[in-house]
Design a protein around this ligand. Structure first.
Ligand SMILES: *[C@@H]1O[C@H](CO)[C@@H](O)[C@H](O)[C@H]1NC(C)=O
Ligand SMILES: *[C@@H]1O[C@H](CO)[C@@H](O)[C@H](O)[C@H]1NC(C)=O
Length: 307
């Protein structure tokens, strides 16, 4: 009985783009209805950057640098790129780190609860869009594009690991919500040669290591990335891929593994390390500098760029 109002409220809103913002129910009928109609967009663009023309971030979960680099698969991936050996995550727990990389500040958020940052709160997409740089985020096990519920698939997808879910400036926009997609869409966009220039990938709670182990996440990352790095539709010329962790454990200094991969890394730099002080704000700064985007006036301003 409880399901009916949910199903009806979603169905009654279908047909208008704004209905997308109502898509929070995890009830089966509501999800099926929303999935059947959810707006999905796969924009592409070709804006030349200073060092790279495509940027891909993949975030794993909750491992200290010392433990990640001791994992054979993550150690192997480090030999394929530049290993940043002084990369410190922002804070604890997870969610404010995801907010930080999107906004250059955690906007006062200190927990994993549901927060909504008002529509005037800017994120990286407010810098990318005016410059004509296409973007998408890919969240594994999200049921459909623009889903706004707290979790899905028995907690396999979680909102707290979605970097843009807390921004009303994204969720209240039908076209922006349509670019918050799942891994099915990643595979589809890849096959159709429709990947954007900026993307953020969040694996599910098992693959990220959150509910499993560093060994599990390391194997997933190597198995996922190896074919992609060999795929000319993914690793196009001047592609920069960053593999890192949202945070370390609470026991050490929050230093995390961070490796730069992809065709944008010069052959001679593969297998090298770089001890410059970096963190999540550096990611934003690197993107800003690369495409001449200006900044968000937050922690991004003073951060060190990767290049
Ligand atoms: C992923 O999202 C698309 C687009 O909304 C949807 O059609 C598809 O069913 C979703 N995949 C899964 C596995 O839920
Ligand atoms: C690493 O270190 C130097 C500073 O010594 C910096 O200028 C350089 O661009 C860095 N970046 C990478 C990705 O190697």
């Amino acid at each position: 009985m409880i399901s009916l109002p949910f199903a009806f409220s979603v169905i009654s809103l279908l047909g208008t783009a704004a209905a997308q913002t109502q898509y929070t129910s995890t009830h089966t009928a509501a999800v099926a209805a929303a999935r059947a109609t959810a707006l999905t967009l796969s924009p592409t663009s070709n804006v030349a950057g200073r060092t790279f023309d495509r940027f891909v971030q993949i975030w794993l979960e909750n491992v200290d640098y010392v433990d990640a680099i001791a994992d054979p698969n993550l150690a192997y991936l480090a030999t394929q790129g530049i290993s940043l050996t002084n990369y410190i995550a922002r804070t604890h727990p997870s969610q404010p780190n995801y907010i930080a990389v999107a906004a250059g500040t955690r906007h006062g958020i200190t927990d994993n609860n549901i927060h909504r940052l008002d529509a005037s709160t800017k994120s990286v997409v407010d810098l990318l869009e005016p410059a004509g740089i296409s973007w998408s985020i890919y969240q594994e096990d999200m049921p459909y594009s623009g889903f706004q519920g707290p979790s899905y698939a028995s907690g396999s997808y979680v909102r707290k690991h979605n970097p843009l879910a807390s921004f009303d400036s994204v969720t209240a926009s039908a076209t922006r919500s349509a670019k918050c997609k799942n891994f099915t869409m990643f595979e589809q966009d890849l096959a159709a040669d429709k990947l954007p220039q900026w993307m953020f990938l969040t694996p599910n709670m098992d693959n990220s290591g959150h509910d499993t182990s560093v060994a599990y996440a390391g194997k997933w990352a190597r198995d996922f990335l190896t074919p992609l790095l060999a795929d000319s539709k993914f690793n196009i010329p001047r592609t920069l891929v960053m593999l890192t962790f949202d945070e370390g454990s609470y026991n050490r200094n929050n230093q995390v593994y961070a490796v730069l991969l992809g065709s944008a890394v010069p052959t001679g730099k593969r297998g090298t390390t770089n001890g410059t002080a970096y963190g999540h704000y550096s990611v934003l700064k690197t993107v800003e500098v690369n495409w001449g985007l200006g900044n968000l006036g937050q922690g991004d301003v003073g951060a060190n760029a990767f290049f």
